[in-house]
Write a new protein. Structure first.
Length: 309
C-alpha cells in the first residue's frame, strides 16, 4: 500500500503544482521526460517510513483551513500505521479553532482495522476486508498500471537537483486522465467500477495540469510532492454549478466564491531505519466502538454503529 510507485500514481496524477521558475534547469523536454520515465519505472517499494502532509484551503473573506497529517507506517510483515491529524480553521470575527486527533491502522485476520479518535476523545474502529490476494495486489508492483500512468505524461522539465534528489515538473494530458483512472478503479473490483461514474464529471473537467515530484535517484523512491490545486479545484467547482437549479444571483455568488478559492498541498516521504511502536494500545483496542460506512451509492456515505439498522 505504501510504496514509491503507488505514491506517485495515486497522489501525483491527481495533483496540480506550481514550482518557482528560477529552480528550473535548462534541459530538452524529451530528454527530461525520458529520464523521468526511467526513474519512475525503477521506483522500489519501501517497507517502513514516515509520511508528512499539509494542505491549505482558503476562500478569501470567508474561511481558511490548514490540514496537517503525520503517519508512521510499516508494510511488512503486516500493514500497520500510527498517525496524527491536525485541522486549524480561521473564520472572520471568530477565534481560531484547532482540532488534533490520533489514529491507528492494523492488519488483523485478513482485515485492515482503522482506529480513530473522535471529538469527545473516545475511539471508534472500522474494518475492511483485505484477503491475501488483495493484499498481494496492493503490495506488489504493477508495471501495466505504472506504464499507464506514464502514458498520460505530456511533457517534463527538470527542476531543482539536491544531491541524489531530483525534482521533475510533469505536465499531464487532461484527455488521458479518465482512461488512466478507469484502470486504477478496475483494480478495486466492482466497487471501484461503481465509483468511476461519480468521478467522471470531475476528471473530465480537470484539463491539462502540472505537478512536481521529487525522486531520490540513488534510493529509487519518491521523497516529496508539491501541488497547487487552485486551478483544478476551480474548474471542478465551476463544472458542478447547475444554472437550471439556481437563480442568477446564486450562480453569480458561487462563481465569485470559486474565483477567490485556493488550495495547496505538500507531501514528504521519509524512509527510516526504525519506526516507533505501531501497536494499538490495549485501552484503545478494548474501548473502541465499532462503526461501519454504508456503500457509496451516489449520495454521501454515512457512518453507522455496528448495531444500527
Amino acid at each position: 500500500m505504501f510504496n514509491g510507485k503507488k505514491f506517485l500514481m495515486a497522489v501525483g496524477m491527481a495533483m496540480a503544482v506550481v514550482l518557482g521558475g528560477s529552480a528550473v534547469q535548462a534541459a530538452p523536454t524529451d530528454a527530461a521526460k525520458e529520464q523521468f520515465c526511467q526513474e519512475t519505472l525503477s521506483l522500489v517499494d519501501y517497507d517502513q517510513g514516515q509520511l508528512l502532509m499539509s494542505m491549505d484551503a482558503d476562500v478569501k473573506s470567508m474561511i481558511h483551513c490548514h490540514y496537517e497529517s503525520k503517519l508512521y507506517f510499516a508494510a511488512k510483515p503486516q500493514l500497520a500505521g500510527k498517525g496524527t491529524v491536525k485541522v486549524t480553521m480561521a473564520v472572520p470575527n471568530q477565534p481560531v479553532s484547532s482540532i488534533e486527533r490520533d489514529y491507528y491502522l492494523q492488519e488483523k485476520d485478513e482485515q485492515l482495522v482503522a482506529y480513530f479518535q473522535i471529538p469527545d476523545n473516545s475511539w471508534v474502529k472500522s474494518a475492511v476486508a483485505m484477503p491475501a490476494a488483495q493484499k498481494k495486489l496492493y503490495m506488489e508492483s504493477n508495471k501495466e498500471l505504472v506504464q499507464a500512468s506514464l502514458e498520460t505524461v505530456k511533457a517534463v522539465e527538470l527542476g531543482q537537483a539536491n544531491g541524489d534528489k531530483q525534482s521533475y515538473m510533469v505536465t499531464v494530458d487532461g484527455e488521458k486522465i479518465l482512461p488512466y483512472f478507469a484502470k486504477v478503479m478496475s483494480m478495486a473490483g466492482e466497487e471501484g467500477n461503481n465509483m468511476l461514474p461519480l468521478l467522471k464529471p470531475v476528471l473530465e473537467n480537470i484539463g491539462d495540469f502540472t505537478y512536481t515530484v521529487e525522486i531520490d535517484r540513488a534510493k529509487h523512491m519518491v521523497t516529496g510532492m508539491q501541488a497547487d490545486l487552485t486551478e483544478p479545484l476551480r474548474k471542478m467547482a465551476l463544472a458542478s454549478i447547475d444554472p437550471a437549479k439556481s437563480t442568477p444571483e446564486q450562480v453569480a455568488k458561487a462563481k465569485e466564491l470559486i474565483s477567490t478559492s485556493t488550495m495547496n498541498l505538500a507531501i514528504k516521504a521519509v524512509p527510516m531505519d526504525k519506526v516507533p511502536n505501531l501497536k494499538v494500545p490495549k485501552k484503545v483496542e478494548r474501548e473502541a466502538k465499532a462503526v461501519k460506512v454504508e456503500r457509496i451509492n451516489g449520495q454521501q456515505a454515512a457512518p453507522k454503529t455496528a448495531d444500527s439498522k
